[in-house]
Design a binder for this molecule. Structure first.
Ligand SMILES: Nc1ncnc2c1ncn2[C@@H]1O[C@H](COP(=O)(O)OP(=O)(O)O)[C@@H](O)[C@H]1O
Ligand SMILES: [Mg+2]
Length: 239
């Protein structure tokens, strides 16, 4: 059997004296789209921050493409192929859309491919093409999310981690973001999607991990999770 793209075992992490993650085990296979769901405060952001090197892991192992990346620097982890699109987008507000997209490629030196990827992102998100010279800070929330995702892809990641894709966005905007993500997935990019809207998360991914108080409560195929009575009641507001 081939090794997973990302393999996390017994990961613990937190802030100072506060431990948030208590022994997390999960993996993402090459080309797979996995969602990470759970209530507010479950530890989803903390997990992404630990994986991207913004927060140090206390114990456990994080392997990416067969190599150890635990507690490597954010720059090393980006270089290894993991891009983290943070909650709240964190665009450079006064800079144009194009310049924001180009910052995503700052570790790359393959100028021709960067140009090509930039054109591809403007094709994928036509609204960004229209607004290419506009300051990113003046975009709508949905446009900013598109810009943040496109900027992430400009780093040519092997794994794209998105924190809170749909938060604060209108359903129509979420639909078009979802469509773009499906196109990206079809090109083989692996994805770890953190999403408070479990129904949206399950639509966009094939496997899910439910976090509860810093522990994996249940995981499995999203199809199965969507039929699980506990998941339906506690996380989907369904019976
Ligand atoms: N900078 C921080 N310092 C201390 N505690 C934090 C910090 N950020 C988050 N936490 C705590 O960590 C827990 C998990 O938070 P978070 O990972 O943001 O959850 P989620 O993204 O699932 O809503 C919460 O109890 C939260 O209060
Ligand atoms: Mg969060």
């Amino acid at each position: 059997m081939t090794k997973p793209l990302l393999n996390v075992s017994n990961l613990t992490s937190g802030y100072g004296d506060i431990q948030v993650l208590w022994g997390i085990d999960f993996h993402v296979d090459e080309g797979e789209a996995v969602c990470l769901v759970g209530s507010n405060g479950a530890g989803k952001c903390t997990l992404l921050r630990t994986l991207s090197g913004l927060l140090s892991a206390r114990t456990g192992a994080v392997e990416f493409r067969g190599g150890n990346i635990k507690n490597h620097s954010p720059k090393q982890i980006l270089g290894a192929g993991i891009v983290h699109v943070p909650e709240g987008r964190r665009l450079f507000g006064p800079m144009s859309v194009i310049d924001n997209l180009l910052t995503g490629a700052y570790l790359r030196s393959d100028k021709d491919n960067i140009r090509r990827d930039l054109e591809q992102m403007l094709d994928l998100f036509p609204i960004l093409a229209e607004r290419r010279h506009q300051a990113a800070g003046t975009l709508s929330g949905g446009e900013q999310q598109m810009c943040a995702i496109a900027r992430g892809i400009m780093g040519r990641p092997k794994l794209l981690m998105i924190d809170e894709l749909s938060l604060g966005l209108a359903p129509k905007v979420v639909d078009s973001l979802g469509e773009a993500l499906r196109q990206i997935q079809r090109q083989g990019l692996s994805m770890l999607l953190v999403e408070q809207d479990v129904i949206t998360a399950f639509e966009l991914t094939t496997r899910g991990i439910v976090l509860d108080s810093g522990r994996v409560k249940i995981s499995g195929a999203t199809q199965d999770l969507a039929e699980n009575p506990m998941v339906r009641q506690a996380y989907m507001g369904l019976v």
